[in-house]
Design a binder for this molecule. Structure first.
Ligand code: SAH
Length: 571
């Protein structure tokens, strides 16, 4: 076993999930940050555990064929990019293997092909968002830059190679503003000082820029001077402050206010224009996002009639893209401001077939499912029925619990099992899973695979060149389409046509109530009508297999048949 400060020469044979190279010295495993598979290096042990240890890269004796000179001079100190020293093509292969390994190790999934990663044409300057910590160094100088790997000491560097090129100019102007106006900067230890972080967002297609100062206080002194020095930068459209007075690593607080310009910036994805507030999530790589979302849309296979849920919808990016090709889309998101953005975005793009709910997906979706299920079983048809129109409230209820497609795009922790359970009950034909963490993805796919879904496609898309992160879009299909009953009503089948004109749903209900003392829902009436061919739905199989949607009981079926005869709709 090795001990601290031992020096060894090793060959790097593998790479860990955090990007560190892995090599062996006399059977003892060492993790070496900044080392690349194929490198022969000299390393110094910095931490020795029983079976493995961590070592520092001291010297590259023979470089790997995949090793390149990092573009960024602070690549080794900065915790942002873990693998800039690896050629981009090697990075893509590594990420494909990472997804494959996680699916196998965590999900037990070995029988599906992980497609080659869709890479970036230019893997630099791709980020549309950056959050720079602000502090002071030992000499009392203001530092703005990035946290060094695994620490909170700030590397003073404003020219990040993956960020937007204009950020450096903005940050230097803010540095001057802080110095000239003696504004205090935040100190984590004492929890004192004002300026904590600087958030910059840019709209790739619109060129709009937002600058947001995150402060440990209520107001920013000389805010007008800050506006004066930033507002002439080309594209500047929003200067804001965000208040975060908590002792926390979470960057943003919940309160924002405008110093100058708008409270949002705009950008477009696949031709749809989005309004983005500082607190809303927006994918950071606009070029790759379009590729990712196009894949998600392709996997959803929409023809115009579908009902779609988009869970973890953010500002409605995927929802609205789907809404251009689906009958109806329901989005769910936990951040209220993001849902405000989503509703606004739907309006501004004239997409009126998307509806949004605020809350945790794992709470909202099961609640709506239970409510809609009750409605489908019990709710009387409303007064619109009597005028011959369909009952759109319970119609939507039926559609919502029977979506064709469910899209999920959760944060790194993946989906809550309560949510997966409800999705399985809803029994969609397809699930499109967009994941930013292949480990939690593997866990969730294992659950879905054990509950009636098979994995058809696994497509990684690189959104984060030079980091170990990888986005993946997965298509899952229902394995046993006949095992459950699919109710797929649409407005046209509830239309007043031929035989149906003879009695409305409400009249049938009243007849059954008066004669038999039974309450029948329009879902049940529709089921019997379909049985007799009065309405026709190709997916509307009555009575086959295990039902997850309420089915008319024999007693109620007889009563409805009697009503249909009474109204001369059948003989
Ligand atoms: N689909 C969107 C957002 C994906 S990021 C897009 O591509 O732009 C994940 C989103 O999930 C974030 O907006 C985050 O605020 C939200 N979120 C996190 N936990 C959640 C939960 N439990 N329920 C619903 N939304 C959640």
């Amino acid at each position: 076993m090795l001990k601290k400060d031992d020096q060894v020469t090793i060959e790097i044979e593998d790479i860990g999930t955090d990007g560190a190279g892995i090599g062996k010295a006399d059977g003892y495993t060492l993790f070496v940050k900044d080392a690349v598979i194929g490198d022969i290096i000299k390393a110094k042990v910095i931490k020795a555990k029983k079976t493995y240890g961590y070592a520092r890269l001291m010297e590259i004796i023979t470089p790997s064929k995949d090793r390149v000179e990092p573009v960024c001079p602070v690549a080794r100190q900065c915790g942002g990019c873990q693998i800039q020293q690896m050629s981009y093509s090697a990075q893509l292969k590594y990420k494909q293997k990472l997804v494959r390994d996680n699916l196998a190790r965590i999900g037990g999934i070995t029988d599906c092909e992980v497609l080659p990663v869709i890479g970036m044409e230019n893997p630099f300057n791709y980020r549309n968002k950056a959050q720079y910590p602000v502090g002071r160094n030992k000499d009392g100088k203001v530092v703005i830059g990035f946290y060094a790997g695994r620490t909170h000491s700030i590397v003073d560097y404003t020219q990040c190679a993956i960020g937007a090129p204009e950020n450096a100019q903005i940050l230097e102007k803010i540095r001057t503003f802080i110095n000239e106006n003696n504004i205090s900067v935040y100190d984590e230890q004492s929890h004192k000082g004002l300026i904590r972080h600087i958030l910059i967002r840019t709209g790739k297609h619109t060129g709009q820029i937002m600058v947001c100062l995150i402060i440990n206080g209520k107001t920013l002194p000389h805010a007008d001077k800050l506006a004066d020095c930033l507002k002439d930068i080309s594209g500047m459209s929003s200067i804001m402050i965000n208040i975060n007075k908590e002792r926390t690593n979470v960057i943003l607080g919940s309160e924002c206010s405008v110093i100058w310009g708008n409270s949002y910036i705009e950008d477009s994805i696949c031709g749809i224009m989005f309004r983005i507030s500082p607190l809303s999530f927006f994918q950071v790589n606009p070029v790759q996002t379009e590729k990712l979302y196009c894949k998600a849309l392709e996997y959803a296979e929409l023809t115009g009639n579908e009902t779609v849920w988009d869970l973890y919808c953010g500002i409605g990016t995927i929802s609205l893209l789907m809404a251009t090709k689906a009958r109806k889309v329901y989005g769910v998101e936990i951040v209220p401001q993001a849902i405000e953005d989503a509703k606004n975005n739907a309006l501004r793009n004239s997409l009126n077939n998307a509806e949004f709910f605020v809350g945790k997906a794992e709470e909202v979706v099961p609640r709506i499912y239970d409510e809609d299920m009750k409605k489908a079983e019990n709710e009387p048809v409303d007064s619109k029925e009597s005028s011959g129109l369909s009952d759109s409230a319970s119609f939507e209820s039926v559609m919502r619990i029977n979506p064709d497609v469910v899209v999920v795009d959760p944060p790194r922790k993946g989906c809550d099992e309560t949510l997966l359970d409800t999705i399985v009950k809803m029994n969609p034909k397809r699930i499109v899973y967009v994941s930013c963490d292949s480990a939690t993805l593997a866990r969730d796919l294992k659950y879905l695979a054990a509950n009636g879904y098979e994995i058809d496609r696994v497509q990684p898309v690189d959104q984060f060149a030079h980091t170990v992160h990888i986005e993946t879009v997965i298509l899952l299909s229902r394995t046993a389409p006949d095992a459950v009953i699919k109710v797929n009503l649409d407005m046209s089948e509830l239309d007043v046509t031929s035989a149906e004109s003879k009695a409305t749903y409400k009249e049938i209900q009243e007849y059954v109530q008066n004669k038999y003392g039974l309450h029948v829902t329009n879902l049940y009436i529709a089921q019997v009508k379909q049985e007799f061919g009065i309405i026709e739905r190709k997916n509307y199989n009555v009575g086959a297999g295990k039902s997850r949607v309420p089915q008319v009981t024999p007693e109620k079926r007889e009563a409805i048949i009697d009503a249909l005869k009474y109204f001369q709709m059948i003989v």
